[in-house]
Design a protein around this ligand. Structure first.
Ligand code: TRP
Length: 447
């Protein structure tokens, strides 16, 4: 077996894993889910899930990766040929996500261009977002642009350069977002929004709060998609796995929460009817905030540049998983795999984009096309992949190899809770979610 390159430092691992984890999931997806699913209660459920489930599954995946030193399909087969399909499943999910991810990436590029053209006043107009996304061609042009930039970065082999740049830009994103968040909170009328985020209202709690928060957790932390296995395979045997997991979690969650404070209170300040807006929330709300900030065009422009970087590094890492798996599976050269994955991801994204315009009447099970892909991947396939992973390691293979791997580098401090989650709570909880979702889709229960 070829010797794998390792990370040069501990911080290198955290930043690479965080670079993949921190993306549109934190800045675009999390705030609109908080707004939609009842504010504080969603945040509370999310935090509990991150600290228990997210922690255990990320630890498990990184340990699997570091132990096998292989990419997902190979890693699962190492524990038994019969598990290879799980590796495959964990690759199909990022493929489904990649399509609509590039659509949102395209929207970010469009807004970036708008701010550079000094058209920020137009963007603050309530109908700007709908006017733009309902056009048949323009959003797809931006989507393709987003994909071409990513493909160029991959093909030119400057990926590590881009990641290095994003490591400098990511802290800037945090600083700028904090600034915007503070500004948002001081807008008249936002206080109600701050309360909405911070004070859990239990009457908003329902089954969908859990399903939504769980899906978001997998999505945002890039779990059950082979990513952390891949990153783990590059981690040195000396590094403390638990500490790394904790750092990635803190980073990922902090950015999601800052983004929420940037967006949700502004919804209350400007137009509360937008609370249920869904995927367009960030694009509708933030331009209104920027319109009020002194030098808002500059702040807005800088913001969208930084978000574009965060989105690019995540999208590139999604493509990486796809490319390396396509190479392994079909035994083709990397450059053909790059071309194949890029084209496939683009074609898959186009219907999601058209779903905001010419195909808006077309819904699947009541979902718009983008929401359909998003729900299938995050609320359905991800819990299935996670369930199977828990069963394989909790029961079939056993947790001993995982404990040994973690204990190579440090004491396993949260071993007890880890065991209980992977063996009992995880499978039961995930099975309930998956079964209820299936029943709901075929229309037997409605929640
Ligand atoms: N976690 C990323 C984000 O928050 C998105 C994402 C989902 C992702 N699946 C992935 C990133 C797979 C890399 C690989 O935006």
């Amino acid at each position: 077996m070829k010797e794998r390159e390792g990370f040069s430092s501990k911080l290198g691992f955290v930043l690479a894993a965080a670079g993949s984890a921190v993306g549109l999931g934190n800045i675009w997806r999390f705030p609109y889910l908080v707004a939609k699913y009842g504010g504080g209660i969603f945040l509370l459920v999310y935090l509990i899930l991150v600290l228990t489930f997210g922690y255990s599954i990320m630890t498990l995946e990184i340990a699997i990766g570091r132990k096998t030193k292989q990419s997902p399909i190979g890693a699962y087969s190492r524990f038994g040929k019969k598990f290879a399909w799980v590796g495959l499943l964990t690759v199909i999910i990022p493929f489904l996500i990649s399509g609509y991810y590039s659509v949102i990436g395209g929207w970010v590029i469009k807004y970036l261009v708008v701010y550079f053209q000094n058209l920020s006043a137009a963007a603050a107009n309530s109908s700007f977002f709908a006017d733009f996304t309902s056009k048949p061609v323009e959003p797809i042009v931006y989507q393709v642009l987003f994909i071409l930039v990513s493909a160029f970065i991959l093909a030119a082999g400057v990926k590590s350069g881009v990641e290095r740049a994003s490591k400098m830009l990511m802290p800037l994103l945090v600083v700028l977002s904090l600034f915007v968040a503070v500004y948002t909170i001081t807008l008249p009328g936002s206080l109600e929004g701050v309360k909405y985020i911070l004070i859990p209202d239990f009457s908003n709690f329902g089954f969908e709060t859990i399903v939504g928060a769980l899906g978001q957790m997998f999505y945002s932390m890039s779990l059950a998609m082979g990513i952390m296995i891949t990153y783990g395979s590059y981690l040195s045997k000396k590094d403390d796995i638990e500490k790394n997991v904790r750092n990635v979690e803190i980073f990922d969650t902090a950015i999601a929460i800052i983004a929420t404070f940037m967006i949700v209170p502004a919804v209350f300040a400007f137009d509360k009817t937008q609370l249920n807006q869904g995927p367009g929330l960030m694009f509708i709300t933030l331009p209104k905030v920027f319109a009020q900030i002194p030098l808002g065009t500059v702040v807005g422009g800088a913001f969208f540049v930084l978000v574009a970087f965060a989105a690019l590094t995540s999208y590139i890492s999604i493509l990486e998983v796809l490319i390396s798996s396509v190479c392994d599976l079909f035994k083709i050269k990397r450059k053909y795999a790059v071309a194949l994955c890029v084209v496939a991801s683009c074609l898959l994204g186009i219907p999601s984009s058209l779903g905001f315009g010419v195909w808006s009447d077309f819904t699947i099970l009541g979902y718009s096309i983008l929401d359909f892909f998003d729900t299938i991947a995050n609320s359905f396939l991800l819990p299935i992949a996670a369930f199977v992973t828990c069963v394989i390691f909790g029961w079939l293979v056993g947790l001993k190899p995982i404990h040994d791997e973690i204990e190579l580098s440090s004491a396993f401090r949260r071993k007890k809770i880890f065991n209980v989650i992977i063996r009992y709570i995880g499978p039961v909880f995930l099975a309930i979610i998956v079964i209820t979702n299936i029943l709901q889709i075929i229309g037997i229960v409605s929640i």
